[in-house]
Design a protein around this ligand. Structure first.
Ligand code: SAH
Length: 218
């Protein structure tokens, strides 16, 4: 990422300490990435002063950028290393994508709303992330041409694990996905072990709807 003077450096360091370290995020690489990615640039100008607050924020088109703690928790659950290929469903603002890009070899991100995808793509490019590909598409179908993926992160909530995503997960791979109803979900860790699905529940969460063939209709 290109280095420029950043007036939010201090407030970002406070966010990492107070919202992440204090609540038990321990992965040093995750903490470092979130101390680096300029979250304020992923929200509209009028909301920049609140970008590092302990809450989600609107990003237009009735969608939201997740609360910092949730981004950290999901990223930590993925257990990323710099040699892994990641699929993200729900690019949104591109903030989570940037955090993943700091920690993985390559990130393929799918967003269904073209305006959000275009804005995220432009910002990620401007910030110098050269290992990210953003595509407009129906995320519950995954990205078959690029499969298999070592890690998959779904940042919208659906009723179940979309089968194409599990198919596109590499053996030994990990997927994090919010599963539940349209309002409340459980953050679910899915692992592929010997071709079988192993799941673990990792706390409650609230995401916008995952919309598509293998999720909610609208
Ligand atoms: N990770 C994002 C949060 C995005 S909110 C961030 O850091 O800003 C969830 C996003 O998922 C929304 O932008 C929504 O349009 C998108 N989405 C919902 N269903 C989808 C689908 N089937 N495929 C791709 N994107 C989807």
């Amino acid at each position: 990422m290109a280095r420029v003077w950043d007036p939010f450096e201090l407030v970002r360091a406070q966010m990492v300490e107070e919202q992440l370290v204090r609540r038990g995020i321990t992965d040093a690489r995750v903490l470092s990435a979130m101390g680096k990615v300029p979250r304020h640039l992923f929200v509209e100008e009028a909301l920049r002063g609140r970008a590092y607050g302990d809450h989600p924020l609107p990003i237009g088109e009735e969608q939201t950028i997740s609360q910092p703690y949730i981004v950290a928790l999901m990223t930590q659950l993925l257990e990323l290393s710099g040699c892994l290929k990641v699929l993200e469903i729900g690019t949104g603002s591109g903030y989570q994508t940037a955090v993943l890009a700091e920690l993985a070899r390559r990130v393929c991100s799918v967003e269904r709303l073209p305006r959000l995808a275009e804005r995220a793509r432009a910002l990620l490019e401007q910030l110098g992330h050269t290992n990210v590909w953003v595509r407009v598409g129906s995320g519950t179908l995954g990205w078959p041409d690029e499969a298999p993926f070592d890690r998959i992160l779904v940042t919208a909530g659906g009723p179940a694990v979309p089968p194409p995503l599990f198919q596109q997960l590499a053996e030994g791979g990990r997927m994090v996905v919010p599963i539940g109803d349209a309002v409340n979900q459980v953050l679910t860790l899915v692992e592929k072990v010997g071709g079988e699905m192993k799941t673990r529940e990792c706390g409650e969460c609230k995401f916008v709807k995952l919309v598509g063939k293998y999720a909610w209709e609208t």
